[in-house]
Design a binder for this molecule. Structure first.
Ligand SMILES: [Zn+2]
Length: 189
């Protein structure tokens, strides 16, 4: 059975048996915060469990590397929506050890793209259009630095209210242990 069919079949049962009832909540986060973290598969269940977060507790924004790399990209927009429309009062950026974006070399990914049929001409055309693909795909070297950079990006955003604490943390993908990088309360003092 194909993956999508499997999902649809399971879903039919899920709804029929009213398994959703255990997850009933609202769109407003009970713990009034928004978390930006990585899409790493090891964190899917581990991160909420390690932080004592259940359904309905927080707004969760994910991407590769927990990176806020553009002040007017969709991650920053999601954070602002969480703050101004959905009652989030605090922001947490949570990177993790052994992240796929750590030390990621754009060159290798571009080679993979070429192997999958993306032509040299396409890359030339993008370069000609002013797009630096290599820079865009670049990972980071140090997860703490990366988290600090994302926290700064959020804190300095011209549309973020000053009284919102922005915390930076790193989680271990096996144990769920959190290391504090930036205490957003202290930064306010
Ligand atoms: Zn990651």
């Amino acid at each position: 059975m194909k993956l999508l069919d499997e999902i649809l079949q399971y879903n039919e049962e899920f709804v029929k048996e009213k398994k959703y009832e255990a997850y009933s909540t609202t769109k407003f986060p009970n713990k009034r915060m928004v978390i930006v973290t990585c899409m790493d598969t090891r964190l899917t269940e581990l991160l909420p469990k390690a932080l004592n977060i259940g359904n309905g507790d927080v707004k969760l924004v994910k991407n590769a590397g927990a990176l806020v790399s553009h002040p007017f990209g969709s991650i920053m927009r999601s954070i602002l929506v969480a703050v101004y429309q959905l009652q989030a009062d605090e922001i947490l950026v949570i990177g993790h050890h052994d992240c796929g974006m750590a030390g990621m070399k754009a060159g290798q990914m571009i080679d993979n793209m070429k192997e999958r049929g993306i032509t040299e001409e396409t890359f030339e055309m993008l370069t000609y259009s002013g797009i630096n693909v290599t820079k865009w795909l670049q990972g980071f070297q140090d997860v703490k630095e990366s988290v600090s950079h994302s926290v700064e990006m959020i804190k300095k955003h011209p549309l973020l209210a000053e009284d919102i604490p922005v915390h930076g943390l790193v989680i271990h993908p096996n144990t769920g242990k959190l290391d504090l990088v930036i205490d957003g309360y202290k930064e306010k003092l």
